[in-house]
Design a protein around this ligand. Structure first.
Ligand SMILES: CC(C)(COP(=O)(O)OP(=O)(O)OC[C@H]1O[C@@H](n2cnc3c(N)ncnc32)[C@H](O)[C@@H]1OP(=O)(O)O)[C@@H](O)C(=O)NCCC(=O)NCCSC(=O)Cc1ccccc1
Length: 147
């Protein structure tokens, strides 16, 4: 990531509240148009609505967008429901992704859930689906370090 302490209220209850503040405030996340639809303890759903600016050629959504959305999903699920750390920061340490089917002229829905919660490191799994048809387009795993 790079959760910037400048714009966040560290006195909030948990990492879910941090993410509710951070997602709309992060410049790159906002550039992609990523919306946080739902966040629960260790899981999150995000939506990237379709825009022609996010395509590769024609109406095919760019793979880098799908990877970026997975990265953001990993971040959000890693923070979801965790206690707020002393150091208000975090980074993605690894991301592995398989592109399963093309996403054509459609929004992208990311469903992420935390597989493990260490003191600082979380393992997270993300599945990416087409918004309209709920078709699986990509699958990812990532590790994320909080604090
Ligand atoms: C940190 C680690 C993953 C592990 O290294 P180790 O050596 O085992 O770790 P060690 O604990 O010894 O710390 C050493 C030094 O590392 C730094 N630091 C440590 N922890 C944190 C932390 N949690 N946050 C921030 N910095 C941290 C710190 O300077 C520390 O020095 P210190 O002693 O504290 O002053 C390292 O490989 C790395 O930084 N990789 C690059 C990661 C990267 O750039 N990812 C891509 C960008 S993320 C993205 O784009 C996702 C996104 C989604 C949505 C929206 C926006 C963004």
């Amino acid at each position: 990531m790079t959760v910037s302490p400048d714009h966040l209220d560290a006195a909030v209850a948990d990492g879910s509240e941090i993410m509710k503040q951070f997602v709309p405030a992060s410049p790159f996340v906002a550039l992609l148009g990523v919306q946080l639809e739902e966040i629960t303890d260790g899981a999150a759903t995000l939506l990237v609505p379709y825009r022609p600016e996010l395509t590769t050629v024609g109406t095919m959504m760019h793979g880098g967008l799908i990877a970026a959305a997975a990265d953001i999903g990993v971040m959000v699920a890693a923070w979801a429901g965790r206690p707020v750390p002393d150091k208000l920061r975090g980074v993605t340490a690894s991301l592995s992704l398989n592109f399963i089917a093309p996403l054509m002229e459609d929004g992208l829905r990311v469903r992420a859930h935390r597989l493990s919660t260490g003191r600082r490191t979380s393992h997270v799994r993300c599945e990416m689906y087409s918004e309209s048809g709920d078709a699986l387009v990509a699958s990812a795993t990532g590790t994320y370090q909080v604090g």
